[in-house]
Design a protein around this ligand. Structure first.
Ligand code: HBI
Ligand code: FE
Length: 297
């Protein structure tokens, strides 16, 4: 998750400068039939792989908001539904926004979503989060009251971290939970991370490939773990429940953990590579790392 470097496609779509909070109109009326078709194509592809792999909380969220009704969802209408469920709304942004802007939205239960959609030749991989990743990937989980609180807590933690220099540690927490998290269900591991559920290939890879590690979730440990943003993950962390995730971040370890990281020099305290398996880890799978060793994508 890099900072924006140039103009995003959405700047051209909306042809106006963003406000201080970087929100722009979604401009739903101007999506072309091809753009709505891209949503439908991606949706259909994911529905072939997600049943039995995605966690029920995610599937329930998709249904609750009827995100499969066809075409790119209308943010205002979707937000009216979402707000009655958990008090969250979705606002349109041109792409990646500065950290402080991102955190401020989350802390106020607004989820910033890119309003542009990937081009037909980028169906499998895009650099910047588009409307499909942001809405299909993230918004269903915001219908879950506990997870909804966790994302808000992350935003609040982010605002607190801005002056401490520990941002990268906090970003690792987001990465290994909100984006690439797995959960232990009654019938085995399931996916809840937005970066996985919005990728057909990684949905299969994360659960079934022998290459990656699958390790128990441990906040201090994963806040000291580096991550890669340009390929499948080498390690996935498994939570026991959303309650446990919220409990371990917001209610207990968050503040003391921050103080500890600060003493250690924050990002300087990065100690673990994306592929490390530690003595202290609960190991679901010790990966072969064959995929990464071959050079990845
Ligand atoms: N902006 N739109 C958007 N989406 C993100 O996921 C995002 C962002 N800005 C910053 C950011 N993520 C991360 O760097 C923070 O989680 C640390
Ligand atoms: Fe994301």
């Amino acid at each position: 998750m890099e900072m924006p470097t140039g103009e995003s496609p959405a700047f051209h779509r909306a042809s106006q400068a963003p406000a201080d909070d970087y929100t722009i109109p979604q401009d739903w009326e101007s999506y072309t039939a091809e753009e709505h078709g891209t949503w439908d194509t991606l949706y259909k592809r994911l529905m072939k792989v997600l049943p039995g792999r995605a966690d029920q909380a995610f599937i329930d969220g998709l249904k609750a908001l009827d995100l499969g009704r066809g075409g790119i969802p209308h943010f205002e209408r979707m937000s009216d539904e979402l707000e009655t469920l958990t008090g969250w709304r979705v606002v349109a942004v041109p792409g990646l926004v500065p950290d402080e802007v991102f955190f401020d939205h989350l802390a106020n239960r607004r989820f910033p979503a890119g309003n542009f959609i990937r081009k037909p030749d980028q169906l499998d991989y895009i650099q910047e989060p588009d409307v499909f990743h942001d809405v299909f990937g993230h918004v269903p989980m915001l219908t879950n009251p506990v997870f909804a609180d966790y994302i808000q807590a992350y935003g609040q933690g982010g605002l607190k971290s801005l002056n401490s220099g520990c941002l990268k540690n906090l970003a690792a927490l987001y990465w290994y939970t909100v984006e690439f998290g797995l959960i232990e269900g009654e019938d085995g591991l399931r996916i809840y991370g937005a970066g996985i559920v919005s990728s057909p290939a990684e949905s299969v890879f994360s659960l079934e490939d022998p290459s990656p590690n699958r390790l128990g979730f441990d906040v201090p440990r994963l806040m000291r773990t580096d991550y890669r943003i340009d390929d499948f993950q080498q390690t996935y962390f498994v939570i026991k429940s959303y309650e446990d995730l919220l409990e371990r971040t917001q209610r207990t370890e968050f503040s003391p953990l921050y103080d500890k990281l600060h003493e250690e020099g924050c990002a300087g305290s990065y100690r673990h590579t994306p592929a490390d398996v530690l003595e202290s880890d609960k190991v679901y799978t010790s990966g072969t790392q064959a995929y990464a060793d071959k050079g990845g994508r």
